[in-house]
Write a protein that binds this ligand. Structure first.
Ligand SMILES: NC(=O)c1ccc[n+]([C@@H]2O[C@H](COP(=O)([O-])OP(=O)(O)OC[C@H]3O[C@@H](n4cnc5c(N)ncnc54)[C@H](O)[C@@H]3O)[C@@H](O)[C@H]2O)c1
Length: 313
């Protein structure tokens, strides 16, 4: 396959990881778009790309194959539609839309274009190993499934838009919960029933929930517990734990993992943060199944159901 030319939209922490992944694969970042021209220029310089502040102008000026969208979450759907209508394939950060938005216009515009939602944590080696072990039965009957994403945060640890639901679409349930729900759907789903939830704001200044405790159930009755937390006091014990009648799997939040079954014991080290973005770019180029609009829409549907039923205190 010849090298792809790519427009990266959003030159923040995550956009810069995508730029590295694209370049590492031998593809070209043609342009970096950021409303903050200084950020666009800084990210564009090492890649030898053009720096722009407007996606519409860049789409008109540049002849590119793919747009990678890594802006604040509330902008993903509109920017996806712009890029797809300009004839580009799209790799969009999660979530691909925020609660209340509908993907019908995007779906209608897709044609044959590839549309891939960035679910980086599914490209962690430990998650892939756990998925295989569940699918091939080596863990036996699944007894418990618990996924804890707990982050110790100070007020300024993330850009402020993350904590304003009018810009981000939601708090910890949307930003981190889409990963946890996506993993649960991929590992023990795809269908999950909602048994209960509790959303709480921890930081008085935030305009979103910082804590979400979610209880789900898969079609065979496996209880799925998701625990999501942004707190200045968050303590350890994070990651995914699956216990079965014949084995267990643990994947920590740094990506390190351990899988124990009757036959063997496997483990892997913490992963370097750029690695899942590189693996994801390869999966995008190979059009690996499981990451397109129809795969990810039910995850957003579940997030929306939780927000409808449980408002935060
Ligand atoms: N896949 C993962 O593991 C993962 C991890 C963290 C965050 N994310 C997601 O990545 C996305 C970006 O997060 P981030 O931490 O890099 O945020 P960030 O605030 O660091 O970066 C966003 C950038 O977008 C720019 N921007 C804002 N509006 C724009 C517009 N209209 N056009 C062009 N640029 C614009 C901002 O100036 C900023 O530089 C979010 O959707 C977030 O949920 C994904």
């Amino acid at each position: 396959m010849s090298a792809l030319s790519v427009i990266v939209v959003g030159a923040g922490a995550i956009g810069r990881r995508h730029i590295k992944a694209v370049r590492q694969a031998g593809d070209t970042v043609t342009a970096v778009v950021d409303t903050d021209i200084v950020a666009a220029r800084e990210a564009a310089r090492p890649a030898g790309s053009v720096a722009q502040t407007s996606l519409a102008k860049t789409l008109a000026d540049e002849d590119a194959d793919v747009a990678v969208i890594a802006t604040p979450s509330g902008q993903h759907l509109d920017q996806s539609v712009l890029a797809v209508r300009a004839g580009l394939d799209v790799l969009v950060e999660k979530p691909h839309r925020v609660p209340g938005e509908v993907a019908a216009g995007l779906r209608a515009s897709l044609g044959g274009r590839r549309y891939f939602v960035a679910m980086t944590t599914r490209h962690w080696p430990g998650i892939e190993a756990t998925a295989h072990a569940i699918a091939d039965g080596s863990l036996g009957q699944i007894l418990t499934y618990t996924d804890r994403m707990h982050f110790r945060l100070a007020e300024t640890d993330l850009p402020p838009w993350y904590f304003d639901a009018t810009l981000s679409g939601g708090g910890v349930l949307l930003t981190n919960g889409v990963h946890a729900i996506d993993r649960a759907r991929a590992l023990v789903g795809p269908g999950l029933e909602l048994d209960g939830a509790r959303l709480v704001r921890v930081f008085p200044s935030h305009r979103c929930e910082d804590s979400a405790e979610i209880q789900l159930r898969n079609h065979t009755g496996i209880p799925v517990h998701l625990s999501l937390l942004w707190s200045p006091y968050a303590s350890g014990n994070t990651g995914l734990t699956v216990n079965g009648t014949r084995g267990s799997a643990v994947v920590h939040m740094d990506g390190s993992w351990q899988l124990i079954t009757g036959q063997e014991e496997q483990c892997g080290p913490a992963i370097e943060p750029d690695e899942p973005f590189a693996r994801q770019w390869q999966a995008f180029k190979a059009s690996r199944s499981g990451f397109d609009l129809e795969d990810l829409e039910p995850t957003l549907g579940l997030v929306e159901r939780i927000y409808r039923r449980y408002t935060y205190a």
